[in-house]
Design a protein around this ligand. Structure first.
Ligand SMILES: Nc1ncnc2c1ncn2[C@@H]1O[C@H](COP(=O)(O)OP(=O)(O)O)[C@@H](O)[C@H]1O
Ligand SMILES: [Mg+2]
Length: 339
């Protein structure tokens, strides 16, 4: 597909639909006033552009979605990680997830492919909060140390932006790897492509697992699942990771079990000046959901402090203003609190 046509489609893809996530207000068009795509998108599209890829999947993608899908999943198809794309499970904030039939490389029949949306490429400029204290990594999980690469990322050239994009996805992939080895309730990851991650699918052929926020738990179930989530948070800390966007929206519920998902923004507990705040926010959001499910009188702050200090981390009350962004309401609120 031609690059210029592709760029146009990618904007359509980003403008597509109202996301199926309650609480997210439908956006205005994401297309910039000038017709020129940001460098990062131009470069990314050029890298992806591959006219040879014309697969025929069961899922019939909309015109603007097709090129993106083929480019993102072509490698996984060619390497026999998937043999078909059956349907779209969900268009999320940053990514769309597709139900795929597995290829011969995988020993379960169905897998989920998380394909990042073009929007991701532009949102990277807001990723500083999460990048602090963590290294940029390549698709093999190795730290990016080459002078040219580091320079490109610092000066934010198109090449640098595509490295950042890769690093963001690689963090999700490496986290899924580490946590599934550690025995956490996360989908097992299989492979990562330039713009996609392949992992265990939760659900069955007709129905994908709902996210916990849309589920009313049976009496007696709430306590068990709450304890289970805390176990996972604890295990994540033991593996030097804070989820960073944990809430009932990022937990799947299927046949009485939970699965934690959506990890690109993981934060290391040491080295990020906001780590404690981010951790406390994760625990608080989880408590809010379980509060609503009948577990009254949860004390998120006390719980978060207990978990945090049990791993030898210090509760840092104040955050240096240098690390706050005046353009972000959340950071401004923090600043007000600290004054
Ligand atoms: N492994 C999976 N199995 C089934 N559904 C999934 C899986 N991973 C994600 N989903 C669905 O896709 C949605 C978006 O995925 P997520 O990783 O949360 O990305 P986003 O950043 O877009 O929120 C989830 O809310 C969930 O409904
Ligand atoms: Mg999510």
């Amino acid at each position: 597909m031609e690059t210029s046509k592709n760029i146009k489609y990618y904007y359509e893809l980003d403008d597509e639909g109202k996301f199926d996530i309650s609480g997210v207000t439908p956006r205005k068009s994401s297309r910039p006033k000038s017709n020129k795509a940001p460098l990062a998108i131009q470069q990314f599209v050029q890298n992806q552009d591959d006219g040879r890829r014309t697969f025929s999947f069961t899922y019939k993608a909309a015109r603007f979605e097709e090129g993106w899908l083929l480019d993102s999943l072509g490698y996984l198809y060619e390497q026999k990680w998937i043999s078909d794309v059956l349907r779209k499970v969900k268009a999320g904030k940053e990514a769309s997830v597709y139900l795929c039939r597995s290829g011969v490389q995988v020993d379960v029949p169905l897998v989920a492919a998380k394909v990042y949306r073009p929007r991701m490429l532009r949102n990277l400029k807001n990723d500083n909060l999460y990048r602090a204290g963590r290294t940029d990594i390549d698709s093999d999980g190795r730290e990016i140390v080459g002078h040219n690469e580091v320079h490109a990322m610092v000066t934010r050239t198109a090449y640098g932006e595509s490295l950042r994009h890769q690093s963001w996805i690689a963090h999700e992939f490496q986290t899924l790897k580490a946590l599934s080895v550690a025995g956490a309730d996360v989908p097992r990851p299989y492979e990562m492509a330039q713009n996609a991650i392949l992992m265990d699918y939760v659900g069955d052929e007709t129905l994908a697992a709902p996210t916990l926020n849309s589920v009313d738990l049976e009496p007696g179930e709430a306590q068990v699942l709450f304890d289970r989530v805390l176990c996972n948070i604890d295990l994540m800390l033991a593996n030097e990771r804070i989820h960073g966007d944990l809430s009932a929206y990022n937990i799947l519920y299927w046949e009485g079990d939970i699965t934690l998902i959506d990890f690109p923004q993981v934060v290391p507990p040491e080295g990020n000046p906001m780590a404690w705040r981010i951790f406390e926010r994760d625990v608080t959001r989880i408590c809010e959901y379980f509060d609503g499910q009948g577990l009254g009188s949860l004390e998120p702050r006390r719980l978060a402090t207990e978990l945090w200090t049990a791993h030898g981390h210090r509760v840092v009350k104040a955050v240096h203003p240098r690390n706050l962004d005046p353009d972000k309401p959340e950071d401004r609120r923090l600043w007000e609190q600290q004054k």
